[in-house]
Design a protein around this ligand. Sequence first.
Ligand SMILES: CC(C)CCC[C@@H](C)[C@H]1CC[C@H]2[C@@H]3CC=C4C[C@@H](O)CC[C@]4(C)[C@H]3CC[C@]12C
Length: 415
Amino acid sequence: METPPQQAQAGAGGGWGAFLKSIASFNGDLSSLTAPPFILSSTSLTEFSSYWCEHPSVFAAPAKEPDPAKRALLVLKWFLTTLKQQYASRSEQYGNEKKPLNPFLGELFLGKWEDGAGTTELISEQVSHHPPATAYNITNATTGVRLEGYNAQKASFSKTINVKQIGHAVLTVPSSSGEPDTYLITLPSLHIEGLVFGSPFIELDGSSYITSSTGFTAKVDYSGKGWLSGKKNSLTAVLYPTGKEKDVLFNVSGQWTKTFEIHSGPAKHNSAGNLVELWDPAQNPTSNLIVAPIDEQHPLESRRAWNKVAVAIAKGEFDVVHVEKSKIESAQREMRIKEKAEGRTWERRYFTASADSPDLVLTRLGPIVNLAEHGDADKTGGLWRFDSQKSAQAHSTPVPTGDEAAKLVKELLGQ
Ligand SMILES: CC(C)CCC[C@@H](C)[C@H]1CC[C@H]2[C@@H]3CC=C4C[C@@H](O)CC[C@]4(C)[C@H]3CC[C@]12C
C-alpha cells in the first residue's frame, strides 16, 4: 500500500506527534502554533480574501435582477459558490489543509479579475496583528456590487482544532430604485478533520446567515459525515422574509464542495418541477486573479514581502524559512516599539477602524443574525470599514521604488 507523502514525512521526524501534543494545550491563538515543516503553506492569510470572488459574474449577478426576493437568492447562491474555494481549495490542491503564513500588520494583497463581468478589484490588508485580523474590499466596476468585511479567528481544542470566525461581511448591491441593498453576512465555524492521520482538512459546522435591508434572510446549515445526509461538506439553506422562518421562499441542498440544488418553496416540496437551478463547480471554472509581477509590487504586498520564505518553503530549506520569517517578525516587533515610543500607530492604507458608534449596518441588521453592534471590535482590533478616501490616495501614490523601497524593506521586513 502506498503511504501518502505527508504521513511518510510525519513519521520521518516531521514531528507530527509533538505537534498534536502542542495543540492540545494551546491558547486559542492559531498564529502561535508551531507546525511541522511539511504542513507549512507559502500563502499568507491576506490572500484568502480573494476566495470571495472566484466567479465574478456570479458575484455581480444580483445587480441585474429587479425582483428583491430573487436578488436575495442570487446573493445566497453567490455566497454558497464561494465556500469551495474558501474551505476546500488547499486540500484539493495539495491533498491536505496547510498552515498559512501569518500576515504582518500592514501586509497587502492586491489584484483584479478581468472577465465577462468586467473589472473586479480586490484589496486585502492585514489591519491588526494582535489579534490577527484581515480586512478586504472587492468592487465590480461594471455593476458597482461591492463586498467589504474583516475577519479574525478564535480557536479552541476539543478532540480537534475548532475555529470560530469573528467578523462579518457586507455586500452592497446598487438597485435601480434608489437606495442600494445591504446584505449582512456572518461566517461559519469550522473544525479540522483528519488531524491524527497527518492529513488535515476542513469541515464546516453550525449555521451562518445573510440578512438584507430588503427584508430577506437566508440561513445556511452545515453538516459533515454521519449527520443528516451522511455526506461530508453537506449544506441546506432556506431563504425567507425576515422574521418568518416558516415562510420558505427558496431552499438549497447539496454539498459545498460538489453540487447543490436550488428549489422554490420549502424542501418538502422539492421535485424536478420546482428546481430553480443546479450549481456544479465543475461546469463553472474560476476566473483567474491578476496580481502584479513581484518586482512591480509595493514592498508590503504579500507575495513580494514573503518571497524569500516562499522560495525556501518550495525548496524544502526549512532553516532558511526560519531565518527569513524571523527577520520579518523581529523587524515588525521593532517597528511597534518605535511607534509606541513616538506615540503613533501604524497607518492602515485602505481601512479605518470605524468611530461611528453605533455602526449603521450593524444596528439595523446585526440583531437579526446575532451580531453585536460593535462588530466584536475588541477581538479584531477595531470595527474595520473600507476608507474610500485612503484608497483614492493609495491609488494615486506611485509604488515606492529605489531607496524609498529599500528603506521600507529594511525597516518593516528586516531584509
Ligand atoms: C493545518 C492545521 C494543522 C494547522 C491550523 C491552520 C489554521 C491556522 C488554518 C486552517 C484552515 C484555515 C482557515 C481556512 C479558510 C478561511 C476562510 C477565509 O475567508 C478566512 C480565513 C480562514 C477562516 C482560515 C483561517 C486559518 C485556518 C483555520
